[in-house]
Design a protein around this ligand. Sequence first.
Ligand SMILES: C[S@@+](CC[C@H](N)C(=O)[O-])C[C@H]1O[C@@H](n2cnc3c(N)ncnc32)[C@H](O)[C@@H]1O
Length: 319
Amino acid sequence: MIKSEVYVNHTHWSNYWQSGVQTSLPQDFKDNYDGEIYYLWEQVVSRLNSGARVVDACTGNGAVALILADIALKQQKQLIITAVDISEINTQYIKENNPKEQIAMINFKSHCPIERLADLINDQQDAIVSQFGLEYSDLTQSAVALHNLMKENGELSFIAHSPKSAVFTYMDLESRIYTWLDEIGLFAIIKKFIAGQVSANGLKNGIVSVIENNKPDTSYLGHGLFQSWQKTMFMLIKQPNQQLKQQKQSLSLFVTQHQAAQKRLQDMLNVAMKVSKNNWYQPFVDCGFELEESNDVLYKNQHHIGRYYRFRSMVLEKP
Ligand SMILES: C[S@@+](CC[C@H](N)C(=O)[O-])C[C@H]1O[C@@H](n2cnc3c(N)ncnc32)[C@H](O)[C@@H]1O
């Protein structure tokens, strides 16, 4: 029996994938990951034989699985790829936005926690890959599950978030902006309007008063999140009351999406704390994975985007 508290609440991730995005960093990688990240996965596929079985754990909308399939096609290899995530994968979006030949190589499985992977997938795997994923799981349980699923000498390759990465500086600021928006009461006043507890004029006056009484930190001003809220708030103030009343549904979506984004950010920041410990991956070593390589991943030769780890699956000797 698996304890339920080991899983992050994943609804905010499901919503995110259903909103139609390919990667977890859409501002930098709208279509799919490229550059040094693509090259790294190219090295992994080069080490695999045609016919190899590979799992992409915490696949999201399949970004890495699709990259592996693309490379396999270029290298004229047939891989059997299973892409799994605890959240709801948006297969419709994937089909509409990626080549058929790549998709044909991948079996997508939603609602699949990696802590239980060995129970959910029957075939032993030649390789397991993951990107910005394993560190979200309960490492003690997922390490055992991955080891049980892997063939002897199989390769576990993953890119993990790194607290050093530029992404985190950006996310930290974004998270502070969300907290500030919450604290000054902007979320609350919009929610009250949606629930019919304040009138359209009440909403407008509420927003004006919040803006007049709260000075944002200067570091927020150039940030896209802050600017998009600023634009939306000015639009709401200027809108005729009748139109405003008709927009409750889209306002409700706006609030839900931003609250989900705030939760995802919090998840990522918690994970950054987790991986800031030097031996955070010790559970993998303890259950029989041997570390072969570990490097910082620099994107476009300068942006620190994460850390790459390559492990080999060994059979543990009995004490
Ligand atoms: C930052 S996203 C990365 C997605 C994708 N690999 C990418 O690079 O675009 C993290 C993903 O991990 C998934 N996840 C979190 N905990 C998980 C778990 N215990 N088992 C399986 N998936 C999990 C989330 O649902 C989310 O889709």
